[in-house]
Design a protein around this ligand. Structure first.
Ligand code: GAP
Length: 513
């Protein structure tokens, strides 16, 4: 098995073993691509939400937050284009009976071509050593050029066929490239057909009068339809933003890679309403702002890159993804879209209500343009979790697994660990716990050896362990162990609140943005 797969398997089992993520409905054999967050996962997720919410709503006096309902009037999804166009091209393998996204099969084929190009580059880098000029090699080596040209031709043909809804050509492309079912090798494919990703449900008591509804596939529409309510009640002037965190649902054809692609997930979206003609400037600003927000987490600038979209969605006049280096390669983490006035205009048309803004400076009414930032909370969780999980070999040759989460996001900020429960050490520990619990999420543990307890806290990413011994009872000092350096120092109990706060406060992240 490839090493990358081993790393990913270990991550999934670590997430389960330490109470971060469980497969949903596990005692009934689970539900595909649905997950539950355990006691530590829920804390980490809440902290990520707080980091986003504070950065958006607290730090910007022209951005306000809302919480709209999951169920919305069904016409909203007609207006937004989701009923007609929120489709993925689906293909089945007749032998394995497995279902795939046709575009993903083709993209995976191209990713393999890129891997081959990268191997050529790596081989040459080894061969030429310091004299290697990567740029020149990429631009002149016939094999690299051929692999890249082939990818370009394939992807542009696929984009054109999807644009024209020519699904027969998408199938022809799969056959010409001899793409096989990755698990079985079979090339026996059905035709490609479109599949709408929205989940349907019903509202109402009796079957004949019930209304068909959809579970929302994005939170953004709840913001658009509340645009005027919020603008009027908050008395905001353009440019201003509305932020929201909430669940979204998509009946993904292929939901793989753990919490990367789920059928029930959470989004953190912000719609920034701006005067027409200014949107592309704000789009560039938000691209930069959002990247800085990610970089402040300290996961390494080399793990992020922008991917500017060539093929734009029906509502956009510019779009880019922030991609992150997940254990399975660079993939989309966040989307930044200049959505024009598409959504508000469509809702005006379908609802018959005006959704306009009176601009006193321009002395005119208009439908605002929108720049959207949209990040998947679960995907961000996976990015942070995978980047933080490390196996370390220590100086004495022993090993430890540590989750070096940004301290402000850690589920537990400090663990109170009396060396033993008896002799009053337990009581003393409980006193410290009861004093600090109003400020921080803490844990108290008095079972197992201190070494084992340290390892358990390392594995859930607790920044500090506070050990209480017999001296503590007389001199009111404790041993404070740092998760990352494993250094231990003697500190006064009276200083604990300040020390923990200095390391774990959200200020540390927010001030870097
Ligand atoms: N309102 C715009 C919108 O929904 P999107 O690119 O479809 O745009 C935005 O989704 C973000 O939501 C993605 O960048 C990703 O982080 C997250 N996301 C989308 N589908 C997801 C899924 N099935 N599972 C987990 N996260 C998902």
């Amino acid at each position: 098995m490839a090493k990358q797969e081993d790393v990913f398997k270990k991550l999934i089992s670590h997430a389960k073993e330490y109470g971060f993520i469980f497969p949903s409905s596990e005692i009934y054999d689970g539900l595909s691509a649905i997950y539950d967050y355990g006691q530590n996962g829920a804390e980490l997720k809440n902290n990520i939400k707080q980091y986003w919410w504070k950065a958006m709503v607290q730090l910007n006096d022209n951005i306000v937050g809302i919480d709209s309902a999951i169920f919305m009037h069904p016409t909203i999804w007609k207006a937004s284009g989701h009923v007609d166009a929120f489709n993925d091209p689906l293909i089945d393998n007749k032998d394995s009976k497995k279902r795939f996204r046709a575009d993903v099969l083709i993209e995976d084929y191209c990713a393999k071509l890129e891997e081959k190009a990268q191997k050529e580059i790596e081989k040459a880098a080894k061969r030429f050593g310091d004299a290697f000029d990567k740029n020149e090699f990429e631009n002149t080596n016939p094999r690299v050029l051929e692999y890249r040209e082939k990818q370009k031709t394939i992807l542009s043909r696929m984009a054109q066929s999807l644009e024209k809804e020519d699904l027969a050509d998408v199938k022809a492309l799969i056959e010409e490239l001899e793409i096989a079912d990755p698990d079985t090798g079979s090339k026996n494919w059905t035709d490609v057909r479109q599949f709408n990703l929205m989940f349907g449900t019903k509202l109402g008591a009796s079957a004949d009068t019930a209304t068909d509804l959809y579970l929302r596939p994005e939170t953004a529409q709840g913001i658009f339809v509340n645009f005027l309510n919020v603008q009027k009640t908050s008395r905001q002037k353009l440019p201003f933003g509305i932020a929201q965190i909430g669940k979204a649902f998509r009946n993904e054809i292929v939901a793989r890679q753990f919490i990367f692609r789920m059928r029930e997930f959470e989004q953190m979206e912000m719609q920034y309403f701006v005067p027409p003609g200014t949107e592309l400037g704000f789009y560039e600003t938000w691209k930069e702002k959002r990247l800085n927000w990610h970089l402040a987490l300290g996961l390494g600038a080399e793990n992020y890159k922008f991917h500017d979209h060539e093929k734009l969605a029906h509502y956009a006049n510019a779009a880019a993804d922030i991609e992150f280096k997940f254990p399975f390669g660079f993939k989309e983490l966040e989307g930044i879209h200049s959505r024009t006035d598409f959504d508000l205009s469509a809702h005006e048309k379908h609802s018959g209500r005006k959704l306009q803004y009176f601009d006193a400076e321009r002395n005119e009414n208009y439908v605002p343009y929108v720049v959207e930032t949209s990040v998947g909370l679960d995907r961000l969780f996976l990015a942070i979790f995978s980047n933080s999980l490390k196996d370390e070999v220590l100086e004495d040759g022993s090993e430890r697994t540590v989750l070096s989460l940004p301290p402000a996001l850690a589920p537990v900020k400090a663990a109170i660990l009396p060396l033993m429960k008896k002799d009053g050490l337990g009581e003393y520990g409980e006193k410290i716990f009861n004093d600090l619990k109003y400020d921080f999420n803490m844990i108290y543990e008095d079972k197992d050896s201190i070494g084992k307890r340290y390892r358990r806290q390392d594995a859930i990413g607790t920044p500090f362990c506070i050990t209480i011994d017999h001296d503590s009872l007389t001199d009111n000092t404790v041993t404070l162990r740092d998760r990352d350096t494993m250094k231990q120092e003697r500190v006064a109990v009276a200083d604990l609140r300040r020390i923990i706060d200095e390391k774990t406060n959200f200020r540390n992240l927010l001030s870097k943005i």
